[in-house]
Design a protein around this ligand. Structure first.
Ligand code: GUN
Ligand code: ZN
Length: 566
């Protein structure tokens, strides 16, 4: 990839070349990805000046597209600190035939530690862009910011700071940049520093020193990028970003600002991840997983009784295995057991479901998290328990003991209904679980495995995250009673023969999908007449699928023509 010189001419004075000359030049030297000569929009610019210069950038981008030939082209999002202009610029670029989207005009924000505004800029740009194209963050090169930028959806980075800093004797570390003359020790084992002491480095002649420090800086960037990739693979990027944002209070501002976009982030957040939710501090409650739990509990829960008994003790998980006798005692007196956790209220029926069972909090709670979960618990109790709530420890204990077989069956049925409502919605759960319910349980763990409704196998429960996988019979029941697009991914006729035999659904064969489905959600694959063709797990969300020309959209579990689903 080559850049156009926009930034250099903006910083160091005009370069007397046209957009056309610069694009042609990049083509002539065999660049893979060339860049348009965009206009750098400064954070201090007025909205009017910014809007006018975006017009010119877009004109030049159109010209670059017409010239690009075999070369890929960077269409740069500009717009200073104005989210509306950023989004508008991004939407216009999304409709043009460019290949990569850098976000430009952000270097001053990073240099001045204005990370909250950087979040506005990146998120509003992302909102307008085509999700099929990679996003580049122009000029981001400090290891400190890479995890956070990746979390915001940036895929590519570039920066000359490793070399510029080296010329100034400044060394980059994950927790900041330090001047050689201020450092007390070197403590670095990267290949550039190995075997060198602080004293030794200071005495090394200037050119060699610049070379060593530049290499050191690059190693820091490379190492952090590898770590970011590992955390992405492990589904733990939120955690790394939260930890990194503690390197500087201004970065923490960025993280706190991001909470304003919790709803937007939630649309892309998988229904469950392999790893547990690890609490790193009060900002953790800003993750989309908390928002989703709040929303779904307030809209998809149906209380088994009208009064609640409250229990405490976050460490005692899963709660219904710890509070066996207490829960029996409460239920026999007509109370629904609710555990108050950092997530807020957790009905006993939901206690094995992600992220409730798959999360770790410190035992000593902080007041922010406590206040927020208390506030949520109050509105939850008010909405669902008109006869009020009591502390479980205030109940007379004489009704406790082990549950009877009948009570076990009822608890299982309540759990299955509660999880199905949370996962699929109240009406879909109704359709799935009509009639008599029976279960097959794991002999080893006693957990529910398979759910039968009127003798038909409709759902299976996963041990890992406590959610259901949908069986073909379950899919049929939902399509028969809930109108499209709920839970549907609709495919073209030519893909039907393949998917009905269990092949995966590729993006180019999808004509529409439920916008409410998130990654790893159960999906019903249907033909154009809404007949179920298979079931599977979403890998992407609707907007991503519709904009992509290749790649797997749904990992098919079962096709409608396959024999022996079990
Ligand atoms: N390098 C750093 N910022 C920018 C920018 O806004 N545009 C271009 N083309 N290059 C950059
Ligand atoms: Zn080093």
């Amino acid at each position: 990839m080559t850049d156009s010189g926009t930034f250099q001419s903006h910083m160091y004075g005009d370069v007397d070349l046209t957009n056309r000359e610069i694009v042609e030049f990049q083509k002539s030297i065999g660049t893979d990805i060339g860049t348009v000569l965009d206009i750098f929009t400064e954070p201090f610019w007025s909205e009017k000046q910014t809007a006018e210069s975006i017009e010119e950038t877009l004109k030049r981008t159109a010209e670059a597209v017409s010239l690009k030939g075999e070369m890929m082209i960077n269409g740069v999002v500009q717009g200073s600190v104005y989210p509306n202009l950023r989004k508008d610029c991004a939407e216009k670029l999304a409709r043009m035939d460019v290949d990569v989207h850098p976000i430009g005009g952000v270097v001053p924000l990073m240099e001045q530690y204005r990370y909250a505004e950087l979040v506005d800029v990146i998120v509003s740009s992302k909102m307008g862009l085509n999700p099929n194209r990679p996003v580049h963050l122009f000029g981001a090169g400090h290891p400190m910011i890479l995890a956070f930028a990746a979390l915001l959806g940036c895929d590519l980075f570039d920066s000359a700071s490793y070399a510029k800093f080296a010329k100034d004797d400044r060394m980059m570390f994950i927790d900041g940049t330090f001047r050689l003359q201020d450092m007390q020790s070197l403590d670095c084992n990267c290949p550039a520093c190995r075997g060198i002491t602080l004293e030794g480095l200071r005495k090394t002649d200037k050119n060699e020193r610049i070379r060593i420090i530049a290499r050191h800086n690059l190693y820091q960037i490379k190492q952090e990028l590898s770590l970011v990739k590992r955390y992405i693979r492990e589904g733990r990027l939120w955690e790394l970003a939260e930890i990194r944002c503690r390197a500087h209070p201004a970065m923490l501002d960025g993280l706190r600002k991001l909470r304003e976009y919790q709803d937007y982030m939630e649309r892309f957040d998988p229904i469950s991840r392999d790893g547990a939710v690890f609490y790193t501090g009060i900002e953790t409650r800003g993750r989309p997983v908390f928002r989703r739990y709040d929303d779904r509990l307030m809209t998809r829960y149906v209380p088994p009784t009208k009064k609640a008994a409250l229990f405490y003790g976050e460490q005692n998980k899963p709660y219904s295995r710890f509070f066996v006798s207490d829960f029996v005692n409460a239920r026999r007196q007509g109370y629904t057991p609710i555990v108050l956790s950092p997530f807020g209220p957790v009905p006993a029926e939901l206690d094995e479901m992600y992220p409730l069972a798959q999360s770790m909090f410190p035992t000593i709670e902080d007041t922010d998290t406590e206040n927020e979960s208390d506030e949520f618990s109050l509105s939850f109790l008010e909405k669902y328990f008109p006869e009020g709530a009591v502390s479980g420890s205030d109940l007379e204990a004489k009704y406790g003991g082990e549950p009877t077989d009948d009570e076990m069956r009822e608890n299982d049925a309540n759990r299955v209904r509660a999880v199905a409502r949370y996962q699929f919605g109240i009406e879909a759960a109704e359709a799935l679980l009509r009639g008599e319910l029976t279960f097959r349980k794991s002999r080893k763990t006693g957990k529910i495995r398979n759910v039968f409704s009127d003798g038909e196998h409709v759902l299976s429960m996963r041990a890992g995250d406590g959610f259901f996988t949908l069986r073909m019979e379950g899919a049929r029941r939902i399509t028969e009673s809930i109108p499209a697009p709920h839970m549907r991914v609709r495919i073209t006729d030519d893909a039907v023969p393949f998917v009905s035999q269990g092949r995966n659904v590729f993006c180019q064969f999808v004509t529409d999908a439920d916008a409410g489905l998130v990654p790893m959600d159960e999906a019903i694959i249907v033909d154009k007449d809404d007949r179920p063709v298979g079931t599977g797990r979403m890998l992407l969300v609707r907007d991503e699928i519709l904009s992509m020309e290749k790649g797997v959209a749904v990992k098919t579990r079962t096709g409608s023509d396959e024999e022996g689903e079990d």
